[in-house]
Design a protein around this ligand. Structure first.
Ligand code: V0D
Length: 252
């Protein structure tokens, strides 16, 4: 006598659903397209930056709820100083605005705020607001919200080399000890795991001097959507795609 097959098939755990396990530990995002989003709507570029700021808050909340450990956001590059002074001035006020509005909820959600990049040469008022937020959140052990600010990767690598050269001569470090792990300790990302997933919005598919060393083995994901239009749904699409890539590699 033949056994009857069940008329329902148990669903394969793949493709469609975001799993709460196998979420990337570290997600890095190039938040591009703010100016173009504004232009498309006949608004000044700064309106795009402001809208982009509220998307930062939204995605931070999603990342925190999904138990992502580190979210590194490219907010201002060393090249961005070449923009018109009025735009740079506006951008430098955004961290202040962001923290005025959202620091209380960041604290409530156990988020720790940090930065990578050349912090010292930022305007004083920007530095003070961010330093205050770092101090207030330093003991939080939830999501690390890591802003790349006044950041450039080649400068970061050169800065590491200069420090190493001076340490080698001062502390008589043997050159054989200079391996990848040792080198990574001299980068801004000291102590952080490398990103598992890099997202870039707005259709550009370049690194633009972002985390050149750290992205060596990272999965890349691109979308045509401008950063101010980036949503929780699109973010989860990227995370699901990441999980499906991992599953496929696991099958080999
Ligand atoms: C503009 C889109 C939050 C990208 C997002 C100074 C361009 C909005 C911050 C921020 C920027 C930085 C540090 C901090 C808290 C918040 C931010 C800049 C630009 C560059 F501690 N958004 N945001 N910083 N934009």
């Amino acid at each position: 006598m033949s056994m009857k097959l069940p008329f329902f098939k148990s669903k394969q755990p793949e493709q469609n659903d975001l799993e709460l396990i196998n979420v990337p530990n570290h997600v890095a995002i190039i938040m591009d397209g703010n100016g173009r989003w504004a232009k498309k709507r006949g608004l000044p570029r700064i309106a795009g930056h402001k809208e982009g700021m509220s998307v930062v808050r939204k995605i931070t909340r999603v990342a925190s709820n999904l138990n992502i450990k580190i979210l590194t956001l490219y907010a201002f590059s060393t090249e961005n100083w070449k923009r018109p002074k009025s735009e740079v001035d506006f951008l430098m006020k955004l961290p202040i605005d962001f923290l005025d509005i959202y620091l209380p909820e960041m604290i409530e959600n156990n988020v720790r705020i940090e930065t990578i990049g050349d912090f010292d040469t930022l305007p004083k008022s920007t530095k003070e607001a961010i330093q205050h937020a770092k101090d207030r959140t330093k003991d939080n052990d939830g999501l690390l919200l890591n802003f790349a600010l006044n950041y450039g990767s080649r400068t970061e690598i050169l800065r590491a080399i200069k420090h190493i050269v001076s340490d080698v001569s001062e502390k008589d470090l043997p050159v054989d000890e200079l391996d990848e792990q040792f080198f990574a300790k001299y980068l801004y990302t000291e102590g952080l795991c490398d990103p598992d997933l890099l997202i870039r919005t707005s259709g550009e598919q370049r690194l633009s001097n972002f985390l050149l060393w750290q992205l060596a083995y990272t999965e890349f994901w691109f979308t045509d959507v401008y950063w101010p239009e980036f949503t929780e749904g699109i973010f989860k699409e990227a995370l699901l795609d990441y999980q499906n890539r991992k599953r496929r590699y696991g099958g080999i």
